[in-house]
Design a protein around this ligand. Sequence first.
Ligand code: G1P
Length: 299
Amino acid sequence: MSAPVRKAVIPAAGFGTRFLPVTKSVAKEMLPIVDKPAIQYVVEEAVAAGIEDILIISARGKDSIADHFDRHIELEVFLEGKGKLAEAREVRALGELADVTVIRQGEALGLGHAVGMARNHVGHEPFVVMLGDDLMHERAGVLRGMIEAYEARDASVVAFMEVARSEISAYGCASATPIDGESRLVRLEGLVEKPPADRAPSNLAVMGRYLFTPEIFDEIAKTQPGAGGEIQLTDAITALIGYQAVYGYTFSDGRYDAGKKLDFVRATIELALERDDLGPGLRDYLRDLVGRDFETGAI
Ligand code: G1P
C-alpha cells in the first residue's frame, strides 16, 4: 500500500515581479482575494484534502506570511472585549487552521532549490507542492484527484491543463502518452521549462500542484541551473522520469492564475460572487455596469 500523503510544501519566496509595484513592499502571497490573502486559499485547499502539516518556504521581507498563520492573542482579546465574538473566533481559527512551519530561502536560486529546502522537514515520505500563483477552485477537486491517482499507482503525479500554444512559453510543458481506460491520467515522458511555442512538445502546461515520492529530493540535489539560470523543478522531474513512472493529472476548469493581474481581478470577482454576504450586491452592481457604454470612456 502507498504511504499516506501528510505534508504540503508551499514555495513563497519569489519577488513577485509580475505584480509590481505592490510587491515591492507586500508579499505577493499576501495580496487579498476578496478578504483573504491568496496563500490562505492554498492552505485551506491542503487542509480540505486532509493535509495539515504545511511547510512554507518564505524569504526576507515576507514575515507577514508567518504572522498570518500564527495566533494573535492580543487581537483575539481585543475583539472579545468589544463583543465581536465571531471575528475573534475567525482570528483564532486561522491560527489553528494547520500545523504551519515557515523557513526561508536565503537566495533566489529557483523553484527546484526552494522545494529542495523541504527535505529535512518532509523526510522519506510522499508530499505535495502547491504554488500560490495557481488558485484551484474547490469544485475542480485537483488535489484530491491527484492523491487518488497516487494511491492507485504509487507514483508521483503532476497537474496539467491545456493552454493555447501562444501561452505555453510561460509554463513547464510535458510530452506525455495517454493511458488506456484513463480519462484524466497520462504517463509523462519528459518536461521542459518554458519552451518557445514552436519547440513545445505539446500544449499541456504544469499547473502548480505536484505530488512527489521522496526520490525527487535526490534529483533536485543533482539538478544544475537551467532555464533562466535557476534550479528548475521541471528538470528534476524529468530526471525522476528516467527511472520511475510519473503521471500527469489533467483537468480543465477551476484554476486562477493569481500571478497575472487580469486573472487576479477575475478571481476576486468570481469568488466574491459566490459569497452570501457579497454576491447579491456585486451581482446588482455588475448588471448595472455591463449596461453602460464603455466606448465613450465614461463609466
Ligand atoms: C512555475 C514552474 C512552471 C509552472 C508554473 C505554474 O513557473 O516553474 O513549470 O508551469 O510555475 O504556474 P513560474 O510561474 O514560477 O515562472
